[in-house]
Design a protein around this ligand. Structure first.
Ligand code: PLP
Length: 425
């Protein structure tokens, strides 16, 4: 299958929504935007790390601060009521977006990492013990890997890793060996942030459920880039971050099945999450507030709802088609170089990112050359150190795409990689 000729939406028109895309780069990075030689157009291909924000999201956040800034759930004055309604409705918006039953199933956290830790602490520390197992994959992000590893050490539960095949997909026979009656949780990344692999989450959820285990999907790279429906996937928990989907930093989401969240103890204690407190004891607020102690990230929650409105305006099927197109194009173009190694599945079977190495050149040096051409990619282990060990690489460069990227920008990446090849030859 060849690369589709066109994106399903008008990318040039959409780019006007993102003021930062007009930035030129170069010069003194210690004074953002003011360095000498600030003249190279920005080619932002680091969307797996965080995406840029459209005016619609920036305005929604500014409107909150300008028009109705107040704490939520704490006042009967008008501003507090307006802020509370907007913040609560943001939960409804997220629920609708991922096909959850309602706001009870949507806990706002700081990010994906905090959502993972919430479940690991609130559920894992209570429920796991010696003789139990938690099953991960070798391609988990550190946010899942380190978290469950540490919970395993504290509870005595065994932490197992489903192996990754040469082609970057999961070894499903090994998955069937790993998931057994001792398994209480299977935690799997939906779209790998290093390999781009799209994992068979529904199949893994079925396997987990056959053994009465839960499935936790890390949606950090999938929710921003494709339609995700928790019912269709059959997951028990899902985590993702607002900043990777046009929303602000400081807001993440934990989806949990209501009955499960209901049965869990709070993770953080304090104001806003209680119903009644005496000197001896306390009772908890309803879901999801039981898990949102203290003043939450109000502006960020409202900004996330605006980001979802924005993405739904494009249509998540269209976002996915655009990502697929760019991934395939980048994969095809980078395979033109026989000294470039790309990790993970072929271009037409991956999410919108490509991690690669140029023979004999450290990824940091490569990305520094790319930066000279205005091309922003991520270099390092992408919070998947053990996976990089398996790949036999200590790091890689990663180009990751979003709604505003174009094939011309991928051409700019490829030209800059070619310059680096010649420089280091
Ligand atoms: N999981 C995956 C697959 C990711 O790509 C990331 C971020 O890079 C995370 C988890 C952690 O996200 P955050 O840093 O927003 O908590």
């Amino acid at each position: 299958m060849g690369v589709q000729e066109q994106s399903p939406f008008d990318v040039d028109a959409l780019r006007d929504d993102f003021p930062i895309l007009e930035r030129k780069v170069g010069g003194d990075v210690t004074v953002p935007g003011e360095g000498p030689g600030d003249e190279t157009p920005l080619v932002y291909l680091d969307n797996g790390a965080t995406t840029q924000k459209p005016n619609q999201v920036i305005d929604a956040i500014a409107d909150y601060y300008r028009e109705y800034n107040a704490n939520v759930h704490r006042g009967i004055h008008q501003l507090s009521q307006e802020a509370s309604v907007a913040y609560e409705e943001a939960h409804d918006r997220v629920a609708e977006f991922i096909g959850a039953e309602g706001r009870e199933e949507i806990v706002f956290t700081k990010n994906t990492t905090e959502a993972m830790n919430l479940v690991a602490y609130a559920w894992g520390l209570e429920e796991l013990g010696p003789g139990d197992s938690v099953v991960l994959t070798q391609m988990e992000h550190h946010s899942a890997l380190v978290t469950w590893q540490q919970i395993g050490k504290r509870t005595g539960a065994d932490v197992r890793f489903i192996e990754v095949e040469e082609d970057g997909t999961l070894d499903m026979d090994h998955a069937a060996d790993c998931i057994d009656d001792s398994t209480k949780m299977v935690s799997v990344v939906h779209v790998s942030n290093t390999l781009g692999t799209i994992n068979p989450v529904s199949e893994l959820a079925e396997m987990a459920h056959e053994h009465d285990a839960y499935l936790f999907a890390d949606g950090a790279q999938s929710v921003p880039t494709r339609p995700v429906d928790v019912g269709e996937l059959g997951v028990d928990f899902l985590a993702f971050s607002g900043h990777k989907m046009c929303g602000p930093t400081g807001i993440g989401v934990l989806y949990g099945r209501e009955s499960l969240l209901d049965s869990m103890q709070p993770y953080l204690y304090g104001g806003d999450m209680i119903r009644r407190v005496s000197f001896e004891d306390a009772t908890w607020e309803d879901l999801p507030w039981k898990f949102e102690a203290g003043t939450p990230n109000i502006a960020q929650g409202i900004g996330l709802a605006a980001a979802i409105d924005y993405l739904e305006g494009i249509g998540m099927e269209n976002v996915q088609a655009h990502e697929d197109r760019l991934a395939e194009y980048a994969y095809d173009r980078l395979t033109e170089f026989d000294d470039v190694t790309i990790y993970g599945p072929p271009g037409d079977e991956r999410g919108g990112l490509v991690a690669f190495n140029l023979d004999g050149v450290h990824a940091h040096d490569l990305s520094s050359i790319l930066n000279d051409f205005g091309v922003a990619v991520r270099a390092g282990d992408h919070c998947t150190q053990p996976l990089h060990d398996e790949l036999g690489a200590n790091s890689s460069a990663r180009a990751s795409f979003y709604v505003y990227n174009t094939t011309e920008e991928i051409d700019a990446l490829v030209e800059a990689v070619d310059e680096a090849r010649q420089l280091f030859a």
